[in-house]
Design a protein around this ligand. Structure first.
Ligand code: IPM
Ligand code: MN
Length: 355
């Protein structure tokens, strides 16, 4: 019996979460998986009511689950940063989800904005370090609001944090068993301290993985390669902020935010699965947002729970829906509503195929 904490959140979060749970139900039925999904009402509404982004004891309670599913967090009624820092980043940090795994995979049938590129070419994974870098929130102002204002924001890179991320990435590249190539993405030509730590650690850990080919690319050049030669990548490992930036580019080359899934992983604890797109308040409640990213996150969750067959079946069901029905993945342009897309995937899953 798996216990999965569900945080639908703000904006379109509840709609995409509903479809993701619909698909989980279909997968559970076919593969005889037992689970429960208690919901937690965190987000803008609860914050405005209580003044706290997360209630007291939330972290301790969430720690007891097998996995978490997050819809989306963020709403125009709350100043930017409060809910993002107070909920998403708090959960990632407090639960030590030090890996952010973001597959960049073009499903069959999906329109790719890259000329002459297809599913063969766009199939790599970004491992974003998830608990350090510029996300730690260290900094401050001096003489704020005056002409002499100074703002400082410090990024933290620890040997331990960098090494655990790189080591996990090598092991993941081996397990993925595709091109068996791991590319470090950083900025060694300018960030001569932090990128140097990443590079030295990368080279040292590589010695323990002689079967994995290694490569390095600067983050700016990576943006170019992702557009020009996405097929050159297998697995990328990169610091937090670089990973944040390049995975939005990754999302668009796989067809858009509508299909971009992610996993915040604590290999020794509870992991949180989330579509990487935001809460898109302007589409909320309209039944037009694409739930495939949330559905693919369920696939990733099943994989990490050790339900590999069910995970594969979810991926196959999504592929059958993109290749035969939903070509355009943008909100309002799918040709189907949010709930219809969920139905299509659940149906494809139930009627066999895949697995
Ligand atoms: C993401 C988002 C978050 C991040 C924000 C909402 C805090 O952009 O998951 O990529 O920057 O990590
Ligand atoms: Mn982002």
């Amino acid at each position: 019996m798996y216990r999965i904490a569900v945080i639908p959140g703000d904006g379109v979060g509840p709609e995409v979460t509903r479809e993701a749970l619909k698909v989980l139900q279909a997968a559970a039925k076919r593969f005889e998986i037992e689970y429960e999904t208690p919901e937690y009402d965190y987000g803008a509404k609860a914050y405005l009511r209580t003044g706290e982004p997360l209630p007291e004891g939330a972290i301790e309670e969430l720690r007891t689950f097998d996995a978490m599913l997050l819809g989306a967090i963020g709403h125009p009624s709350v100043k930017p940063g409060i809910l993002e820092r107070g909920i998403i980043l708090r959960l990632r940090f407090a639960l030590d989800q030090y890996i952010n795994l973001r597959p960049v995979k073009l499903f069959p049938g999906v329109d790719c904005p890259l000329k002459d590129k297809g599913p063969q070419d766009v199939d790599f994974v970004v491992v974003r370090e998830n608990t350090e870098g510029f996300y730690v929130g260290i900094g401050g102002f001096l003489k704020k609001g005056t002409p002499d204002e100074v703002a400082i924001q410090t990024g933290i890179n620890t040997r331990k944090g960098v090494e655990q991320c790189i080591r996990w990435s090598f092991a993941y590249t081996r397990k993925r068993n595709k091109k068996k190539k791991l590319t470090l993405v950083a900025k060694t030509n300018v960030l001569t301290y932090t990128s140097d730590l990443w590079m030295r650690t990368f080279e040292e850990v590589a010695e323990d993985f002689p079967d994995i080919e290694t490569d390095y690319a600067h983050v700016d050049a990576t943006c170019m390669w992702m557009v020009k030669n996405p097929e050159s990548f297998d697995v990328i490992v990169t610091p937090n902020l670089f990973g944040d930036i390049i995975t939005d580019l990754g999302a668009i080359i796989q067809g858009g935010m509508g299909i971009a899934a992610g996993a915040n992983i604590n290999p020794e604890g509870v992991s949180m699965f989330e579509p990487i797109g935001g809460s898109a308040p302007k589409y909320a409640g309209k039944n037009v947002i694409n739930p495939l990213a949330a559905i693919c996150s369920i696939g990733m969750m099943l994989e990490f729970l050790g339900e590999g067959d069910a995970a594969q079946a979810v991926e196959d069901a999504v592929a059958s829906v993109t290749s035969t029905k939903v070509k355009n993945l943008s909100a309002g342009k799918m040709g189907y509503s949010t709930s219809e897309v969920g139905d299509l995937v659940a149906q494809a899953l139930s009627t066999g195929g895949g697995g």
